[in-house]
Design a protein around this ligand. Structure first.
Ligand code: ZN
Length: 467
C-alpha cells in the first residue's frame, strides 16, 4: 500500500526538498471512490424504496448508518445508550368530508372544493383577497386565509401558491387548474397531510391549500376582506404510532470543553410515488444519499485519524423531506448543549457539479451570513457562495433548524437546481461519483483543522435567522 503525504503534514516540493511544516506526521487520508459507491449502492437501491420519511425504510437506513458509525470507531453521543434517536410523529388521516364556510356561504369538500395540502386540522382566519401579480409582496398576512382572485397568463396556481406559502397565512384558496389537478392526482386523489412531530406542533410546513371550482370561486370573490373563513376538517382515529429516526455517532475530543462540530445530512427521501416513465421509486441518490455518504466518509476519515481537540458529532436525520422534522427534534433534544455546538455543516446533493460554480467547488448556502464559509475556504475547502439566493436554499435544509437556535449552521451542496431534483431518476446512474469523491476529500483537512482549532465562527450582523 502506497502512503500519501500531503497538505498540512509533510510536503515534497517539485525540487524534492522539504517545504511546509512537519506537523503531526500522520498520513493524509484518501477517500476511496469504491467506498463512496458502496454507500450509494445500498442507500439509493430500489430495495430501499426511496427511504420515505418516518417509514420502516427510513429506520433500516438509520440502522445502516449507525452500523457504519460503529465500524469507524465512533461512540454513542453523551447520554445516549445507542446510535439512533427516534421521535414520534403524527400524520392524521382526514375523512374527506370537510366544509368551508365564508359569511353565509357553505361549501362541501368534493363537489365544491378539494383540500390539496393540510397539517391535518381545521383552520380559520380573516379573508384576504390577493391578485396573483401581488403574491410576492403580500405581508402582514399572519393568520389570514388568502384567496387568490386570479392567475395571470403564463403562470399557474401552483407557482403563485409557492410565493404565498411564505407569507405566514394559515391557508391559501385558489381556483383549480391543470397544475393543481395534476398535483391532487399525484397525491392519490386525496389530501396530502403533512407529518409533524408529536411534541412540536409548531413544526414547519403547516399551511393549508384549498382548490375551488369556478362556481365556488364566483361565490367567494364577492366576499369582503376580513370576513371569517372557517375550514372544518375531521380526522379519522389514529392508527398505531409512527416514528422518525436520526442516526448519531460521536468522536470525543482531547478537550471536550472546547466545543463540538456538528456534521449532518438527511437520510430520508420521498419514498414511492406516481410513476414517471414507468419508474415510481424516488431513489434520492443525490438527495440526500450523497450527503449521507459524505457524513459517513467524514466519520470514516476522522475516526481513523488522530484525536482532535474538539468533539465531532455526526448526525443523519430522518424526515427532512417532511419538513425538517428530524433536525427540529434533534435541536430540541441535543445530546450536547446547543451552546457547545461551534458550527454545523449539512451536506446536501453533492452528487452533481453546479454549472454556475467553478469546477470542483461546492456551494455553501447563506455564505454572507457568517464567517464560517470564507474561513473554511481559506483553509482549503472547495466552497463558494450559493449562486441561487432567490431559491432560499439556506432555509430549505436541516441547517435551518439549528440556525434558528443560534448555531452557526450552513448547507454545502453540489448543483442547487439539478434536473433530477425530486424525480425518480435521481438515481445511481445520474450521480457524478468522481466529483462527489473529490468534494468529500476536499473537506477532510479543513474539517480536521476546524475541529482542532480555537476558531469559533460567528454570525455576521443580521446574518442569524429569526423565526
Ligand atoms: Zn435534501
Amino acid at each position: 500500500m502506497v502512503k500519501w503525504f500531503a497538505g498540512r503534514v509533510l510536503m515534497l516540493g517539485l525540487a524534492g526538498c522539504l517545504v511546509g511544516p512537519l506537523l503531526g506526521q500522520q498520513a493524509a487520508w484518501t477517500v476511496k471512490p469504491e467506498w463512496v459507491r458502496a454507500h450509494e449502492e445500498f442507500l439509493a437501491s430500489d430495495v430501499m424504496q426511496g427511504r420515505g420519511s418516518a417509514t420502516r425504510d427510513e429506520q433500516i437506513t438509520a440502522t445502516y448508518v449507525a452500523s457504519e458509525f460503529m465500524a469507524y470507531g465512533l461512540k454513542t453521543a453523551p447520554g445516549m445508550s445507542g446510535y439512533i434517536q427516534s421521535a414520534e410523529v403524527v400524520a392524521p388521516v382526514l375523512d374527506g368530508h370537510g366544509t368551508l364556510t365564508v359569511g353565509g356561504v357553505e361549501l362541501k369538500e368534493g363537489p365544491d372544493f378539494e383540500v390539496l395540502v393540510s397539517p391535518g386540522a381545521s383552520v380559520s382566519g380573516p379573508l384576504l383577497r390577493v391578485k396573483a401579480a401581488d403574491a410576492k409582496k403580500v405581508s402582514g398576512t399572519k393568520g389570514a386565509v388568502i384567496l387568490l382572485t386570479d392567475v395571470p397568463a403564463g403562470s399557474n396556481a401552483m407557482s403563485v401558491m409557492r410565493e404565498l406559502r411564505r407569507s405566514g397565512a394559515v391557508a391559501v384558496v385558489v381556483q383549480e387548474d391543470d397544475a393543481t389537478r395534476g398535483m391532487f392526482t399525484m397525491f392519490g386523489g386525496k389530501t396530502r397531510v403533512s407529518i409533524r412531530l408529536k411534541d412540536a406542533p409548531e413544526s414547519r410546513g403547516g399551511v393549508t391549500i384549498v382548490t375551488v371550482g369556478a362556481a365556488s370561486m364566483a361565490k367567494l370573490a364577492g366576499m369582503k376582506d376580513g370576513a371569517t373563513v372557517a375550514l372544518a376538517l375531521q380526522a379519522l382515529p389514529q392508527a398505531k404510532p409512527r416514528e422518525t429516526y436520526n442516526a448519531i455517532g460521536y468522536l470525543e475530543g482531547t478537550d471536550p470543553s472546547s466545543g463540538t462540530i456538528l456534521l449532518t445530512a438527511h437520510l430520508d427521501h420521498l419514498g414511492v410515488g406516481k410513476p414517471v416513465n414507468g419508474d415510481a421509486i424516488f431513489n434520492g441518490a443525490n438527495d440526500d444519499a450523497a450527503g449521507t455518504t459524505a457524513v459517513l466518509e467524514l466519520a470514516h476519515a476522522l475516526g481513523a485519524g488522530p484525536r482532535l481537540k474538539r468533539n465531532v458529532l455526526f448526525v443523519c436525520y430522518g424526515s427532512e423531506e417532511a419538513g425538517e422534522l428530524g433536525s427540529t427534534y434533534f435541536g430540541e433534544h441535543p445530546p450536547v448543549s446547543l451552546k457547545s455546538l461551534v458550527a454545523n455543516l449539512e451536506f446536501e446533493m453533492i452528487g452533481a457539479q453546479d454549472p454556475k460554480m467553478p469546477k470542483g467547488v461546492l456551494l455553501l448556502t447563506g455564505w454572507d451570513r457568517s464567517n464560517l464559509g470564507p474561513t473554511l475556504k481559506a483553509h482549503g475547502a472547495l466552497l463558494g457562495p450559493d449562486p441561487y439566493p432567490e431559491q432560499h436554499f439556506f432555509e430549505r435544509s436541516d441547517n435551518y433548524a439549528l440556525a434558528l437556535k443560534g448555531v452557526v449552521a450552513h448547507t454545502a451542496a453540489g448543483w442547487g437546481t439539478v434536473p433530477t431534483y425530486h424525480q425518480p431518476d435521481d438515481d445511481l446512474a445520474h450521480l457524478d461519483l468522481p466529483f462527489m469523491t473529490a468534494a468529500i476529500q476536499s473537506l477532510v483537512a479543513p474539517i480536521e483543522w476546524l475541529a482542532d482549532s480555537d476558531f469559533r465562527p460567528e454570525w455576521n450582523p443580521g446574518g442569524q435567522p429569526k423565526r
